[in-house]
Structures are given as C-alpha cells and as structure tokens.
Design a protein around this ligand. Structure first.
Ligand SMILES: Nc1ncnc2c1ncn2[C@@H]1O[C@H](COP(=O)(O)OP(=O)(O)O)[C@@H](O)[C@H]1O
Ligand SMILES: N[C@@H](CCC(=O)OP(=O)(O)O)C(=O)O
Length: 385
C-alpha cells in the first residue's frame, strides 16, 4: 500500500490552511527525525512565499522526550512528563527547518470550549499570522489527559482550522490516504480518493487502530475531517513520507483522500451573522465604508466615528455609514473589543491601541473573517479549484 495507489486530483484552492503532522512522520528511537519533516517544511515555505498562511499542528513531543531520556514505558503520567520534556525540542526542531519565525502555541479542547479563551486564542493566532510567524500548535499535554490518552491532535487540528477560519485542513500521515479496510491487515483494502460525507461504514473501516508510532489512527482523522466539513472546511489526507506527494501538493495536486466540506455550513455562518440579534452598532466613516465594500477589508479603529449601545467582545454588531444615518446597516460582524474599549480607541490608529487600553487583541475592531456585507449576495465560501 503506498501513495501511488491514489490517482491525482485537484487540491481545493486555499489561502489559509492548517497542516497537521503526526508522530508517525517525526518519531525515531533517537527522538525527532528530520527526514520527512524537511519536505513538509519546504512545502510550508513555498506556500508562504506564494502569500498563503499556514498554521502547523505538530505531534512529536512525547517522541522527543523519549529520545532525550531514552525512556521506555507507556503510562499516561509518563507520557505527560515525556511531552513536557520534549515540547521545547519539538519547537526548536521546526525552527531549525523553517526560515519563518516559529511560535509555540499549546492548546486544549477545553480552551476552545471556553468563550473568552477561545476569543483570546483566535486573536493571538491571527496576530501571529499578521506578523508572518509560523504558529506550531500542540496539545497542552500536561493538562489534556483525555487527548493524550486518545492521541488526538487530529481533532485538535480540526478545531484549530475552524478557530482560524482556515479554508483547508491538511493531514500528513504515514500512509497514502484512506483505505476501505485496514491497509496492513485487509488484503482487499482499496484506496478511497474522495469522500462526500463520512459515513458510519467509513468510520468502521478506519477503526483498525494506529500505526506503530502514531496514536489516533485513521478514525480520529475521519472524525477531524467530519468536524472540519461541518465548519465548511475540506480535509486532504496524504502521505508525508513521499516527497513527490508533498511536492505535488505545493503545485495544487493531491495524491491522497479529499474529504469534502459541507458548503451549507459556511453559508449558514454568514446567514447567522446576518440575522443574529445585534448587541450594538458602530457608525463608521466614508473611508471605512469604501474599504469594506471594495476590498472586503477589516474594520480598523480609525474608521469608527461613534459607538451605539453596550456590548461584549464577541457580540454581533451592525456597521452603519456615519454620513447616511437613515440608510440600513451596510455590514454586520463580531466585535473584537467591547463597547467601552471601542469608545476609547475610536478614530485612533491601530498602533495606539496598546497605549490606550493597556493591551491589544488585534489591530481590527471587526476582523474581515467575522464580517458579512449586507448588500452583497450570500455567496458560500469558495473551496473548489
Ligand atoms: N482504513 C484505513 N486507511 C488507512 N489507514 C488506516 C486505516 N485503518 C487504520 N489505519 C492506520 O492508521 C495509521 C495512521 O494513523 P497514525 O498511526 O495515528 O498516524 P499519525 O501519527 O500520522 O497520526 C496508518 O498507518 C494505518 O496503519
Ligand atoms: N501531543 C502528543 C501527540 C498526540 C497525537 O495526536 O499524536 P499523533 O496521532 O501522532 O498525531 C505529542 O506531541 O507527542
């Protein structure tokens, strides 16, 4: 069974992707092995040079810790300790392969269920991308016991894809893609190149367990792809051990499995933004109106003239043209700051936010990913090539 079992297909076009790299590609008895990571780092670098953004979700802390101590054994607490011992090496490992400044981000699923922490993680990741950094995310294994038990960076990658509004989830593993049965145990297993929807039958076919070094296996990859699909994000599964496959990916060709996005969901998010009750309104100047309409830009504090109502960070806002008070709102979006904070930064340059508030979530008052123009047609997120 190899990547050559899979016929090439067009990779959906993307601007921002989450790439998940499993232990199966990084672990060696000595710790971390750059053999396959080098090709993946080249892919990331090439994509960034084309103006795309990549967020890396990398496993391998336990493997790195094992390499440092040469420790055997497999208890849960030992794995937590090994992850703590190996995490710094994992981040330096990626830094040694990537010309981009690498940033370590440790998350748990719990962080993403908690509204304030979710918004903070989202703002910090956006800021890292704006700074042209390469975020390298792993589970915070010291506290995320369930995930460490299940080995679930696949599901974390899906949550991150949705958190950063990625338009593609790329999962690199040690096998060509999804097969109809366990590739090492079922001689009848056939490659599956395209999945419109993950069915219980497919989940069953992928339940045969992980490889020697990985922990989640194909099942967690399909669960992750299902979550991504529901958030309107397609998933590509491919073999990160095959240089030709990784290189082709950089050229927009996928040898592997594509799990399609549920387009209705992306439309549903926009619909929700259009119709959810608004917590307040911002009146914006003519320059901001033009930037939003013409370029789909984010709303910066400099364009805000007045703030109506009291609202919290994360609430839905109406955006209105200040010089046309009778006109209906021209856009709606999520507040990145609360009402009192926006009053203090309105009309000022983004670089002053920190000095005015003493902190900064990001340079935007409403980020363009969280914004919908009301007079534009309700187009779904375009994911196909
Ligand atoms: N139906 C299937 N198709 C492909 N791989 C499968 C399937 N069922 C189980 N697997 C196993 O899943 C492994 C990949 O998952 P895993 O070892 O957890 O890797 P990673 O470390 O990349 O997450 C494959 O090497 C294969 O042994
Ligand atoms: N957080 C752990 C890995 C957990 C995990 O999901 O592993 P894998 O199935 O190899 O992606 C580590 O860094 O070792």
């Amino acid at each position: 069974m190899s990547a050559s079992d899979f016929a090439p297909q067009a990779l959906p076009s993307w601007r921002r992707a989450v790439l998940k790299v499993g232990s199966s590609l990084l672990a060696s008895p000595q710790g971390l092995d750059p053999r396959y990571a080098q090709g993946l780092a080249r892919f990331i670098d090439g994509a960034r040079a084309q103006g795309r953004e990549v967020v890396l979700v990398s496993s391998g802390a336990v493997a790195a810790g094992r390499g440092r101590l040469q420790a055997g054994g497999d208890g849960l607490v030992l794995r937590q300790a090994l992850a703590a011992l190996g995490q710094a090496s994992l981040v330096s490992f990626w830094q040694s392969l990537s010309p981009a400044p690498v940033a370590q981000v440790l998350l748990t699923h719990d962080d993403l269920r908690h509204r304030r922490r979710y918004l903070n993680a989202r703002a910090a990741l956006r800021e890292l991308l704006r700074l042209d950094a390469l975020p390298v995310i792993n589970e915070n294994d010291t506290v995320a016991v369930d995930e460490l038990k299940l080995g679930d960076n696949d599901n974390l990658a899906a949550a991150v894809a949705s958190l950063v509004d990625a338009d593609l989830l790329l999962i690199a593993t040690d096998i060509g893609g999804l097969y109809s049965g366990h590739p090492q145990r079922d001689p009848q297993a056939r490659p599956i190149e395209r999945v419109a929807q993950v069915t219980p039958e497919l989940l069953l076919a992928a339940s045969g367990g992980a490889g020697a070094l990985g922990t989640g296996g194909m099942r967690t990859k399909l669960e992750a792809a299902t979550k991504a699909a529901v958030a309107g994000i397609a998933t590509a599964l491919f073999c990160g051990r095959d240089d030709a496959v990784v290189q082709a990916l950089g050229e927009g060709r996928l040898y592997g499995t594509l799990i399609e996005a549920r387009r209705d969901r992306a439309r549903a998010r926009k619909q929700w933004l259009r119709h959810a009750p608004a917590g307040g309104a911002l009146r914006i100047d003519a320059g901001a109106v033009a930037a939003l309409r013409a370029r789909g830009a984010s709303l910066l504090p400099g364009g805000v003239v007045a703030v109506d109502g009291e609202f919290r960070r994360g609430d839905v806002l109406e955006l209105r043209a200040h010089d046309d008070p009778a006109a209906p709102p021209l856009a709606r979006g999520l507040a990145q700051y609360n009402a009192a904070e926006i009053r203090r930064i309105a009309g000022r340059h983004s670089r002053e936010i920190e000095a005015l508030l003493g902190f900064r979530y990001g340079e935007e008052v409403v980020h363009r990913d969280d914004l919908v123009l009301l007079d534009a047609p309700a187009a779904p997120l375009e994911l196909s090539a």
